[in-house]
Design a protein around this ligand. Structure first.
Ligand SMILES: Cc1cc2nc3c(=O)[nH]c(=O)nc-3n(C[C@H](O)[C@H](O)[C@H](O)COP(=O)(O)OP(=O)(O)OC[C@H]3O[C@@H](n4cnc5c(N)ncnc54)[C@H](O)[C@@H]3O)c2cc1C
Ligand SMILES: NC(=O)C1=CN([C@@H]2O[C@H](COP(=O)(O)OP(=O)(O)OC[C@H]3O[C@@H](n4cnc5c(N)ncnc54)[C@H](OP(=O)(O)O)[C@@H]3O)[C@@H](O)[C@H]2O)C=CC1
Ligand SMILES: O=C(O)C(=O)Cc1c[nH]c2ccccc12
Length: 435
């Protein structure tokens, strides 16, 4: 990282330093700092690199794409066809199947980082980022992830930069709901981010809470490993077949949306789903009043793309129950008043952004959900060189769109500033300082 310049060692004016008597390293970055080395951060870095703009990527984990490498289950595949999941500037390898496996996707991301020579600084958790109006620069503070408290303070670093690109993702933290009686329950309670395989639950009765794509697929996986899953569904859900009429449901929807209003495309999706899947409400999966694409657009709620779970529900291998009321030592009581014994509980209750915890600038991101306040497609740009990549609720496709826009925008400023800099250094008088 030859473009780094350590501009300051000990910072005597730093209040934390005065308290801890330790040093905060301060590093000045000429280009943007990108927070997060997931697909979004990598895409932004690649687009910048292609334009000759250096950047620094900070990652709290020890590897790239930590969500995919560390927090997803073994049987996971992309559930949108590969052409909708490619990052900019580098297609998937020819031999990849339509729905690449998690391992294939991770390999692609590793190759992507190598191809664009992206070398994130690992084990760096960004704990605060603040715009310094006097300097006109961002101050991004990190601690070394995984260290003890004292060591963390000792290894604190402040990165100073002109542009800050937030790429920490919509899925940065697991949502773990409070359920009455949770501490009494004797079996294991695990969030899907820690779930790997149904093999760990063979022969067990498992309650899966939440029926998004994770909950539905985990039920199928449990079933395939001879466990007995029950799915707790507290609300309505759209289940669509992953494919219809020989095409991917997602691809077909995007194509139809070019010609037809969303209302009609939704009506079409519901008719075909009814023909292929039957009436899902017969099995406890009631559909929302709004159509699947309209609901996705308005609330970000992703329809479930069925990869075989529904047939296991129909055959009775997966049971469906209403939401949980409370837990006891060995059982769950549902809102219907019924209760049932379980050996383990898997919380498929989703994820949330962590931006409000560390970004001190409060204009761009909502404090409520940690997502940009401006609706799609305008959420990528904030004030004073602040950007967001991967917060569109439109998966990897949305992240790629953001990354390209951000790189184009930064390039404008980068060129303008380089020009200014050049004209300053090339002016004869600029060689001498006039006091
Ligand atoms: C199980 C699952 C399957 C999915 N499948 C698909 C799919 O098939 N197609 C699709 O389009 N989308 C899918 N998604 C959506 C998913 O959000 C994207 O695939 C993608 O991972 C988003 O990339 P990202 O870089 O924005 O976020 P992430 O992949 O979450 O990466 C963010 C990175 O930022 C790091 N980070 C977070 N906070 C900090 C901090 N404070 N300091 C430093 N680093 C930090 C994290 O460690 C992480 O490495 C899936 C999501 C899940 C959970
Ligand atoms: N193969 C693939 O490509 C896969 C992709 N994904 C993607 O990953 C992302 C995350 O998906 P997922 O992990 O399923 O999370 P989601 O946010 O999509 O779903 C969470 C589910 O948990 C329910 N829930 C939340 N809180 C509670 C609570 N307190 N009590 C009961 N139920 C609760 C929600 O219900 P409610 O609707 O009522 O809030 C919802 O059904 C999505 O974008 C998804 O599409 C996930 C798995 C596989
Ligand atoms: O996987 C996700 O959560 C996505 O955001 C991508 C996605 C999956 N299914 C969809 C249906 C409509 C729009 C986006 C998606």
């Amino acid at each position: 990282m030859d473009f780094l310049r350590e501009i300051e060692g000990k910072r005597v004016h730093d209040p934390t330093m005065m308290m801890t008597k330790s040093a905060t390293r301060c590093v000045c970055i000429p280009g943007p700092v990108i927070v997060g080395a997931g697909p979004s951060g990598l895409a932004a870095a690649a687009c910048l690199k292609q334009k000759g703009i250096p950047c620094m990527v900070l990652e709290r984990s020890h590897c790239i794409a930590s969500l995919w490498q560390l927090k997803t289950y073994d049987r996971l595949k992309l559930h949108l066809p590969k052409q909708f999941c490619e990052l900019p500037l580098m297609p998937f390898p020819e031999g990849f199947p339509t729905y690449p496996s998690k391992q294939q996707f991770i390999q692609y991301l590793e190759d992507y980082a190598e191809r664009f020579d992206i070398n994130p600084v690992f084990n760096q958790s960004v704990v605060s980022a603040e715009y310094d109006r006097v300097l006109g620069l961002w101050r991004v503070k990190t601690t070394a992830a995984g260290l003890m408290k004292e060591e963390k303070t000792a290894s604190a670093t402040e990165y100073v930069c002109r542009w800050l690109i937030v790429a920490t993702g919509e899925n940065a933290e697991a949502v773990v709901p409070r359920v009455e009686g949770m501490e009494e329950f004797k079996g294991e309670i695990m969030h899907t981010s820690l779930y790997k395989s149904g093999g760990d639950f063979e022969g067990k009765k498992v309650l899966v809470v939440g029926c998004g794509n994770s909950g539905m697929e985990v039920c199928l996986d449990l079933c395939n490993h001879n466990a007995s899953p029950t799915l707790a569904v507290r609300d309505t859900v759209h289940v669509l077949p992953r494919e219809m009429l020989g095409r991917s449901t997602f691809g077909l929807s995007m194509w139809l949306l070019k010609w037809l209003p969303i209302r009609l495309v939704d009506a079409f999706l519901l008719i075909v789903s009814r023909l292929l899947l039957g009436d899902t409400s017969k099995y406890g999966l009631h559909r929302p009043p709004k159509g699947p694409l309209l609901l996705k657009n308005l609330s970000g709620k992703t329809p479930v793309l069925d990869v075989g779970t529904l047939s296991k529900i129909k055959s009775g291998h997966i049971k469906v129950c209403p939401g949980i009321q409370r837990l006891t030592r060995h059982s769950a009581e549902f809102v219907s008043g019924k209760s049932e014994q379980f050996d383990a509980i898997i919380l498929a209750t989703g994820y949330k952004s962590n931006v409000p915890y560390w970004l001190k600038e409060k204009e761009m991101f909502s404090e409520m959900d940690g997502l940009p306040k401006k609706p799609f497609p305008n959420g990528w740009k904030g004030e004073n060189g602040l950007y967001a990549v991967g917060f569109t609720k439109r998966g990897l496709l949305g992240a790629s769109m953001d990354a390209k826009r951000i790189a184009e925008d930064v390039e404008k400023h980068w060129k303008a500033e380089a020009k200014q800099h050049f004209s300053l250094i090339s002016r004869p008088s600029s060689n001498t300082f006039q006091r």
